[in-house]
Design a protein around this ligand. Structure first.
Ligand code: FAD
Ligand code: N01
Length: 540
């Protein structure tokens, strides 16, 4: 610790002020505990502060993608659209921060750089980039699954003399009018941004390495009847969401099996889901994520939709994913994505034919030659699930480094705790449903489990809780076993760590479904935190 550095002491240090960190602070305060949130950014909101690119909006209906812990909050907040856009989500999270008087407990523009466990004191010392140290009994990493953006790794990226943008760090006041714009990447961020940028730019060129499956959002202003229906039945609808595999009520998962349906029946079922919009397509049949043959029927349906929308058949074929099952990468939910390729000012470069060799001072060079641009938009994704944690120097019992424990891929018990790292909790960590679910639901479940656990420890004057190696090994084996029953590991996805060179290829989230996972967490707690070692210790 540097001379003059401040030292503060709390029951709990929380890292991150997004959906997770805000609710964590609120819950801990209601338990009478002292807690402080450290947030690297200049605002609360997490994902919904950082990702301000044009077109950014939620891919789960707003009525479902929000907190459920306060009926007063529900009653006073009205969503203006079926799928809220980023500014509205950010307003919502700011409202939550004000509504529950959270700001006094949040320290912005403060990055946590290290967290070191003192086995004797059974406390963590958290270090920030603001020349301060915090002593805390518990640390909650609410650092986000998708909060560390990948940086452009193409040679020459820094030499570009035009403007470069990253979807994750979008500045105010960008105007592409009259410009030649390149978008690199075709994931969810790009697929939302491209239709908007295309309406401004003189010409937009999309550099696609792997096409993605996208389904229409059919977004619209909130239907007053639907809002009233939700207001009248909210508790029941929330229960239905929590009992759904992805914790998304609107998926309306059917038990029918695609391979047992006649082709015309299947087409009708998919058409009905396509007309509803969003992730409901995946709920049309129960075997879509388990059987490659069943999955192929949905792939063919979407491929035909793309062919039917994109007028140039060569472009249409390039936009159809052919190398992985639908759903094994998060499906994109778009507004006018495929239609955008019918505009005269939009063109597609397929990088499988002609890879990027360099970014030059004036544009993008591929093996086919160089194209000049005024602006480049990088929509190249995230070091997902482990990125934020790997940037913090986390050292547990005996000085063990988390980066060493996770060298072959992240291991955890329930995605909540890691053996060797007592009193360190992760919200939606690898090994939990997290990114395979409605994150708002998963975050609430994790925050409540963690705060209940901390309260339980307090009642028993327990000094430390830690996942046992045995429980962790069994859980990791289960997570892998369940993943292998599905088509998910067949894609080179960020779920697998495949988008970051050198990252171990491990299927990180838990695909066993939110209800089964929630029940397992509840059972573990009911059995006195089975699979955890609890150390009695009344020391303050
Ligand atoms: P985040 O919102 O990521 O917040 C984590 C915070 O921690 C960040 O503000 C970050 O700055 C801070 N932080 C990280 N490391 C440190 C550190 N060392 N020190 C201090 N602060 C730190 N999920 C859905 O279910 N539905 C959606 O529609 C959806 N849309 C998304 C759209 C985009 C563009 C992205 C990127 C993700 C989306 N997600 C969606 C996932 C989304 O991340 C979660 O839904 C949710 O917002 C996560 O909240 P969080 O608080 O856990 O993490
Ligand atoms: O990132 P991505 P994202 N050269 O990793 C390409 C959530 N989210 O920010 O597939 C050329 O999906 C890469 O190509 P490839 C959601 O969970 C939700 O779009 O690796 N291309 C890919 O096309 C989502 O899944 C919403 O071959 C390069 C793209 O960049 C997650 O966040 C909106 C490249 C990255 O796609 C991440 O989405 C936004 C290179 N060097 C995000 N490197 C909603 O709709 C990467 N690519 C709510």
């Amino acid at each position: 610790m540097a001379d003059g550095a401040r030292l503060e002491s709390y029951d709990v240090a929380i890292v991150g002020a997004g959906f997770s960190g805000l609710y964590m602070l609120h819950r801990l305060r209601t338990l009478g505990l002292t807690a402080r949130v450290y947030e690297a950014g200049p605002s609360v909101g997490g994902t919904w502060y950082w990702n301000r690119y044009p077109g950014a909006r939620v891919d789960i209906e707003s009525q479902e993608y929000c907190y459920s812990f306060s009926s007063e909050l529900d009653a006073e907040w009205q969503w203006s659209e079926r799928y809220a856009a980023q500014p509205e989500l950010l307003r919502y999270l700011n409202h939550v921060a004000d509504r529950f008087a959270l700001r006094s407990g949040i320290q912005l523009e403060t990055r946590v750089t290290a967290a070191i466990y003192d086995d004797a004191a059974r406390r963590w010392t958290v270090t920030t980039d603001q020349d301060e140290q915090i002593s805390a009994r518990h640390v909650v990493m609410a650092t986000g699954c998708l909060s560390v953006a990948k940086e452009p790794d193409m040679p020459g990226a820094e030499s570009f003399s035009g403007r470069s943008y990253h979807t994750h760090r979008w500045p105010e006041g960008v105007d592409f009018a009259g410009q030649r714009v390149a978008v690199i990447g075709t994931g969810s961020s790009a697929i939302q941004a491209i239709p908007q940028i295309a309406t401004q730019a003189a010409h937009l060129t999309i550099f696609q390495r792997t096409p993605n499956f996208s389904v229409p959002a059919h977004n619209h202003p909130t239907d007053p009847q639907i809002a009233a229906d939700w207001a009248n039945n909210r508790a029941q609808y929330r229960r239905e969401a929590r009992d759904a595999g992805f914790a998304i009520r609107a998926v309306q998962q059917r038990e029918d099996v695609a391979l047992e349906a006649a082709p015309e029946q299947r087409t009708a079922a998919f058409e009905e889901r396509w007309a509803r919009g969003g992730f409901s397509l995946l709920g049309a049949y129960s075997d879509l994520i388990f059987s490659k043959d069943a999955n192929d029927t949905a792939v063919q349906f979407v491929a035909d939709k793309i062919r039917g929308t994109v007028k140039d058949p060569v472009t249409a074929e390039k936009l159809i994913p052919k190398t992985y099952p639908i759903g094994s990468k998060r499906i994109c939910v778009d507004t006018g994505y495929y239609e955008t390729f019918n505009r005269p000012n939009v063109s597609l470069v397929d990088l499988t034919d002609t890879p990027i060799t360099a970014i030059t001072p004036t544009g993008v060079r591929t093996t086919a030659g160089e194209q000049a641009f005024d602006a480049i938009v990088y929509a190249i994704g995230f070091d997902a699930m482990t990125g934020a944690l790997s940037k913090i120097g986390i050292r547990g019992r005996g000085g063990a480094r988390l980066s060493d424990s996770w060298a072959e891929g992240p291991k955890s018990y329930l995605g909540l705790m890691v053996a060797g790292f007592p009193n360190l909790f992760i919200v939606t960590g690898p090994g939990s449903p997290s990114v395979l679910s409605n994150m708002a639901v998963s975050i609430e479940q994790h925050v409540e489990w963690i705060s209940d656990c901390i309260a339980w420890m307090g009642q028993r004057q327990a000094g430390a809780i830690e996942a046992t190696e045995e429980a962790q090994e069994m859980w990791v084996a289960h997570v892998n076993e369940v993943a292998d029953l599905t088509v998910y590991p067949q894609a080179n996805s960020w779920y697998m760590g495949a988008n970051v060179p050198g990252k171990p290829r491990v299927f990180m989230p838990y695909i066993g479904g939110f209800p089964a996972y929630r029940d397992k967490c509840a059972e573990v707690a009911a059995k006195g935190y089975e699979g955890f070692a609890v150390t009695a210790d009344g020391r303050a």
